[in-house]
Design a binder for this molecule. Sequence first.
Ligand code: 9D3
Length: 257
Amino acid sequence: MPFECDVITLFPEMFDAVTNYGITGKAFRNGIINLNTWNPRKFAYDNRHSVDDSPYGGGPGMVMMAQPLEDAITQARARQTAVGISQTVVAYMTPQGNRLDHHQVTTLSKMPGLILLCGRYEGIDERLISRQVDMEISIGDYVVSGGELAAMVLIDCIIRQIPGSLGDPESANQDSFVDGLLDFPHYTRPEVYQGDHVPEILMSGNHAQIRRWRLQQALGRTWLKRPDLLKLKLEQHGITPDEKELLEEFKQTCKFR
Ligand code: 9D3
Protein backbone atom coordinates (compact mmCIF):
# COMPACT_ATOMS: atom_id res chain seq x y z
CA MET A 1 0.00 0.00 0.00
CA PRO A 2 1.34 3.48 -0.84
CA PHE A 3 2.12 6.06 1.85
CA GLU A 4 -1.15 8.02 1.93
CA CYS A 5 -0.63 11.77 2.12
CA ASP A 6 -3.43 14.36 2.34
CA VAL A 7 -2.50 18.03 2.38
CA ILE A 8 -4.70 20.91 3.56
CA THR A 9 -3.51 23.96 1.58
CA LEU A 10 -4.67 27.21 -0.03
CA PHE A 11 -2.05 26.58 -2.76
CA PRO A 12 -2.43 22.99 -4.02
CA GLU A 13 -0.52 23.74 -7.27
CA MET A 14 2.68 24.26 -5.27
CA PHE A 15 2.77 20.48 -4.67
CA ASP A 16 3.43 19.86 -8.38
CA ALA A 17 7.03 20.53 -7.35
CA VAL A 18 7.18 17.18 -5.51
CA THR A 19 4.65 15.15 -7.55
CA ASN A 20 6.04 16.01 -11.01
CA TYR A 21 9.84 16.17 -10.74
CA GLY A 22 12.85 13.97 -10.08
CA ILE A 23 13.06 11.15 -7.55
CA THR A 24 9.85 12.24 -5.81
CA GLY A 25 7.98 12.47 -9.13
CA LYS A 26 9.02 8.91 -9.95
CA ALA A 27 7.84 7.71 -6.53
CA PHE A 28 4.38 9.15 -7.25
CA ARG A 29 4.28 7.63 -10.75
CA ASN A 30 5.32 4.24 -9.29
CA GLY A 31 2.54 4.37 -6.66
CA ILE A 32 4.99 4.35 -3.72
CA ILE A 33 3.24 7.43 -2.33
CA ASN A 34 -0.17 8.96 -2.97
CA LEU A 35 -1.09 12.62 -2.43
CA ASN A 36 -4.44 14.42 -2.30
CA THR A 37 -4.89 18.13 -1.66
CA TRP A 38 -7.84 19.79 0.06
CA ASN A 39 -8.31 23.52 -0.43
CA PRO A 40 -10.07 25.14 2.55
CA ARG A 41 -11.40 27.79 0.14
CA LYS A 42 -13.74 25.12 -1.28
CA PHE A 43 -15.23 24.77 2.21
CA ALA A 44 -15.84 28.53 2.67
CA TYR A 45 -19.51 29.21 2.04
CA ASP A 46 -19.83 33.00 2.27
CA ASN A 47 -20.05 35.04 -0.97
CA ARG A 48 -16.33 35.86 -0.96
CA HIS A 49 -15.20 32.31 0.06
CA SER A 50 -13.35 33.80 3.03
CA VAL A 51 -10.75 31.63 4.73
CA ASP A 52 -9.18 34.30 6.96
CA ASP A 53 -10.18 37.23 9.15
CA SER A 54 -8.55 39.86 11.42
CA PRO A 55 -7.28 38.73 14.81
CA TYR A 56 -9.45 39.24 17.92
CA GLY A 57 -7.49 41.50 20.27
CA GLY A 58 -6.04 43.43 17.34
CA GLY A 59 -2.65 43.35 15.73
CA PRO A 60 -1.29 43.03 12.20
CA GLY A 61 -2.13 40.42 9.60
CA MET A 62 -4.88 37.84 9.29
CA VAL A 63 -5.73 34.53 10.99
CA MET A 64 -7.05 31.41 9.22
CA MET A 65 -10.64 30.64 10.28
CA ALA A 66 -11.40 27.31 11.98
CA GLN A 67 -14.48 26.14 10.02
CA PRO A 68 -13.11 25.84 6.44
CA LEU A 69 -10.02 24.08 7.80
CA GLU A 70 -12.06 21.72 9.98
CA ASP A 71 -14.32 20.74 7.06
CA ALA A 72 -11.27 20.11 4.82
CA ILE A 73 -9.62 18.01 7.57
CA THR A 74 -12.85 15.99 8.01
CA GLN A 75 -12.80 15.13 4.28
CA ALA A 76 -9.10 14.21 4.45
CA ARG A 77 -9.63 11.97 7.50
CA ALA A 78 -12.60 10.30 5.77
CA ARG A 79 -10.49 9.56 2.68
CA GLN A 80 -7.67 8.09 4.77
CA THR A 81 -10.18 5.93 6.67
CA ALA A 82 -11.72 4.79 3.35
CA VAL A 83 -8.32 3.50 2.13
CA GLY A 84 -7.88 1.51 5.33
CA ILE A 85 -6.05 3.82 7.76
CA SER A 86 -7.62 3.34 11.20
CA GLN A 87 -5.70 6.04 13.12
CA THR A 88 -5.57 9.21 10.99
CA VAL A 89 -2.92 11.73 12.10
CA VAL A 90 -2.99 15.47 11.40
CA ALA A 91 0.44 17.15 11.49
CA TYR A 92 0.42 20.96 11.56
CA MET A 93 3.46 22.49 9.85
CA THR A 94 4.40 25.40 12.14
CA PRO A 95 7.49 27.24 13.46
CA GLN A 96 6.22 26.23 16.95
CA GLY A 97 6.53 22.53 16.10
CA ASN A 98 9.05 19.82 16.92
CA ARG A 99 12.15 20.46 14.81
CA LEU A 100 12.41 17.84 12.05
CA ASP A 101 15.49 15.57 12.01
CA HIS A 102 16.46 12.27 10.38
CA HIS A 103 15.23 10.21 13.34
CA GLN A 104 11.75 11.80 13.17
CA VAL A 105 11.64 11.30 9.38
CA THR A 106 12.25 7.54 9.77
CA THR A 107 9.52 7.33 12.43
CA LEU A 108 7.00 9.20 10.24
CA SER A 109 7.91 7.15 7.13
CA LYS A 110 6.81 3.97 8.95
CA MET A 111 3.27 5.33 9.41
CA PRO A 112 0.59 4.34 6.84
CA GLY A 113 -0.02 8.01 5.98
CA LEU A 114 -0.25 11.59 7.22
CA ILE A 115 -2.53 14.61 6.89
CA LEU A 116 -0.38 17.74 6.59
CA LEU A 117 -1.96 21.05 7.59
CA CYS A 118 -0.33 24.09 5.93
CA GLY A 119 -0.82 27.52 7.46
CA ARG A 120 -0.66 30.91 5.74
CA TYR A 121 -0.97 34.47 7.13
CA GLU A 122 -0.12 34.95 10.84
CA GLY A 123 -1.44 31.52 11.81
CA ILE A 124 -4.52 29.40 12.51
CA ASP A 125 -7.35 29.92 15.01
CA GLU A 126 -6.14 28.11 18.17
CA ARG A 127 -9.48 26.29 18.59
CA LEU A 128 -8.91 24.44 15.29
CA ILE A 129 -5.45 23.40 16.52
CA SER A 130 -6.73 22.05 19.85
CA ARG A 131 -9.67 20.23 18.17
CA GLN A 132 -7.86 18.64 15.22
CA VAL A 133 -4.06 18.75 15.39
CA ASP A 134 -2.26 15.62 16.63
CA MET A 135 1.33 16.78 16.19
CA GLU A 136 3.27 19.93 15.21
CA ILE A 137 6.35 19.92 12.96
CA SER A 138 8.89 22.67 12.18
CA ILE A 139 11.62 22.32 9.55
CA GLY A 140 14.08 24.59 11.38
CA ASP A 141 14.66 27.88 13.15
CA TYR A 142 14.06 30.28 10.26
CA VAL A 143 10.88 31.75 8.79
CA VAL A 144 9.32 30.71 5.48
CA SER A 145 6.11 32.27 4.16
CA GLY A 146 3.80 29.32 4.75
CA GLY A 147 3.51 25.65 5.60
CA GLU A 148 3.60 24.42 1.98
CA LEU A 149 7.38 24.50 1.47
CA ALA A 150 7.83 22.85 4.87
CA ALA A 151 5.30 20.12 3.97
CA MET A 152 7.13 19.48 0.69
CA VAL A 153 10.46 19.16 2.52
CA LEU A 154 8.85 16.59 4.82
CA ILE A 155 7.21 14.67 1.93
CA ASP A 156 10.54 14.55 0.06
CA CYS A 157 12.36 13.24 3.16
CA ILE A 158 9.67 10.59 3.81
CA ILE A 159 9.79 9.36 0.19
CA ARG A 160 13.57 8.83 0.46
CA GLN A 161 12.99 6.48 3.41
CA ILE A 162 10.41 4.29 1.65
CA PRO A 163 12.05 1.12 0.25
CA GLY A 164 12.06 1.16 -3.56
CA SER A 165 11.84 4.95 -3.98
CA LEU A 166 15.55 5.30 -4.74
CA GLY A 167 16.98 3.37 -7.69
CA ASP A 168 19.72 1.75 -5.60
CA PRO A 169 18.38 0.15 -2.39
CA GLU A 170 21.67 1.07 -0.68
CA SER A 171 21.24 4.80 -1.38
CA ALA A 172 18.98 5.67 1.58
CA ASN A 173 21.44 4.05 4.00
CA GLN A 174 24.32 5.98 2.44
CA ASP A 175 22.54 9.33 2.87
CA SER A 176 24.27 11.88 5.05
CA PHE A 177 23.19 11.78 8.73
CA VAL A 178 22.18 8.11 8.56
CA ASP A 179 25.36 6.92 10.26
CA GLY A 180 25.76 10.35 11.82
CA LEU A 181 28.42 11.65 9.42
CA LEU A 182 28.61 14.16 6.56
CA ASP A 183 29.24 12.91 3.03
CA PHE A 184 32.70 12.30 1.52
CA PRO A 185 33.82 14.40 -1.50
CA HIS A 186 32.80 13.34 -5.03
CA TYR A 187 34.69 13.56 -8.35
CA THR A 188 33.90 12.81 -11.99
CA ARG A 189 35.55 13.39 -15.40
CA PRO A 190 37.87 14.98 -16.36
CA GLU A 191 40.76 13.59 -14.29
CA VAL A 192 42.41 17.03 -14.33
CA TYR A 193 40.18 20.14 -14.17
CA GLN A 194 41.84 23.58 -14.47
CA GLY A 195 45.09 21.99 -13.19
CA ASP A 196 43.30 20.39 -10.21
CA HIS A 197 43.75 16.56 -9.97
CA VAL A 198 41.33 13.90 -8.73
CA PRO A 199 42.79 12.29 -5.54
CA GLU A 200 45.10 9.46 -6.68
CA ILE A 201 43.48 6.83 -4.46
CA LEU A 202 40.19 7.10 -6.44
CA MET A 203 42.04 6.16 -9.64
CA SER A 204 43.75 3.13 -8.03
CA GLY A 205 40.97 0.57 -8.43
CA ASN A 206 41.65 -0.62 -4.86
CA HIS A 207 38.10 -0.61 -3.55
CA ALA A 208 38.94 -1.53 0.04
CA GLN A 209 41.37 1.41 0.21
CA ILE A 210 38.87 3.72 -1.48
CA ARG A 211 36.23 2.75 1.10
CA ARG A 212 38.68 3.59 3.94
CA TRP A 213 39.64 6.91 2.34
CA ARG A 214 35.99 7.90 1.94
CA LEU A 215 35.22 6.98 5.56
CA GLN A 216 38.24 9.05 6.66
CA GLN A 217 37.04 12.02 4.58
CA ALA A 218 33.52 11.70 6.05
CA LEU A 219 34.92 11.60 9.60
CA GLY A 220 37.35 14.48 8.94
CA ARG A 221 34.81 16.73 7.25
CA THR A 222 32.30 16.15 10.06
CA TRP A 223 35.03 17.07 12.60
CA LEU A 224 35.85 20.23 10.60
CA LYS A 225 32.38 21.44 9.58
CA ARG A 226 29.95 19.95 12.12
CA PRO A 227 31.67 19.15 15.44
CA ASP A 228 28.16 19.03 16.97
CA LEU A 229 27.26 16.10 14.68
CA LEU A 230 30.52 14.27 15.47
CA LYS A 231 29.79 14.56 19.20
CA LEU A 232 26.30 13.10 18.62
CA LYS A 233 27.74 10.22 16.56
CA LEU A 234 30.16 9.36 19.38
CA GLU A 235 27.26 9.31 21.86
CA GLN A 236 24.67 7.52 19.70
CA HIS A 237 26.46 5.35 17.10
CA GLY A 238 29.86 5.08 18.79
CA ILE A 239 33.24 5.08 17.00
CA THR A 240 35.25 1.94 16.15
CA PRO A 241 39.02 1.80 16.89
CA ASP A 242 39.54 1.88 13.11
CA GLU A 243 37.43 5.03 12.70
CA LYS A 244 39.29 6.64 15.63
CA GLU A 245 42.64 5.94 13.90
CA LEU A 246 41.41 7.32 10.55
CA LEU A 247 40.18 10.50 12.25
CA GLU A 248 43.45 10.99 14.17
CA GLU A 249 45.41 10.61 10.90
CA PHE A 250 43.08 13.17 9.23
CA LYS A 251 43.57 15.64 12.10
CA GLN A 252 47.38 15.33 11.90
CA THR A 253 47.48 16.00 8.14
CA CYS A 254 44.77 18.69 8.20
CA LYS A 255 45.72 22.06 6.74
CA PHE A 256 42.77 23.94 8.26
CA ARG A 257 42.94 23.20 12.02
C1 9D3 B 1 5.57 37.09 13.87
C2 9D3 B 1 5.57 35.64 14.12
N1 9D3 B 1 5.86 34.82 12.95
C3 9D3 B 1 6.38 33.53 13.45
C4 9D3 B 1 7.84 33.45 13.38
C5 9D3 B 1 4.64 34.64 12.14
C6 9D3 B 1 4.74 33.57 11.11
C7 9D3 B 1 5.57 33.71 10.01
C8 9D3 B 1 5.61 32.73 9.03
C9 9D3 B 1 3.97 32.43 11.24
C10 9D3 B 1 4.02 31.45 10.24
C11 9D3 B 1 4.82 31.63 9.14
C12 9D3 B 1 4.84 30.63 8.07
N2 9D3 B 1 5.72 29.49 8.38
C13 9D3 B 1 5.24 28.27 8.41
O1 9D3 B 1 4.08 28.08 8.18
C14 9D3 B 1 6.13 27.16 8.77
C15 9D3 B 1 7.50 27.12 9.13
C16 9D3 B 1 8.50 28.13 9.25
O2 9D3 B 1 8.29 29.34 8.98
N3 9D3 B 1 9.74 27.77 9.65
C17 9D3 B 1 10.08 26.49 9.93
N4 9D3 B 1 9.21 25.51 9.84
C18 9D3 B 1 7.94 25.84 9.44
S1 9D3 B 1 6.69 24.75 9.29
C19 9D3 B 1 5.60 25.90 8.81
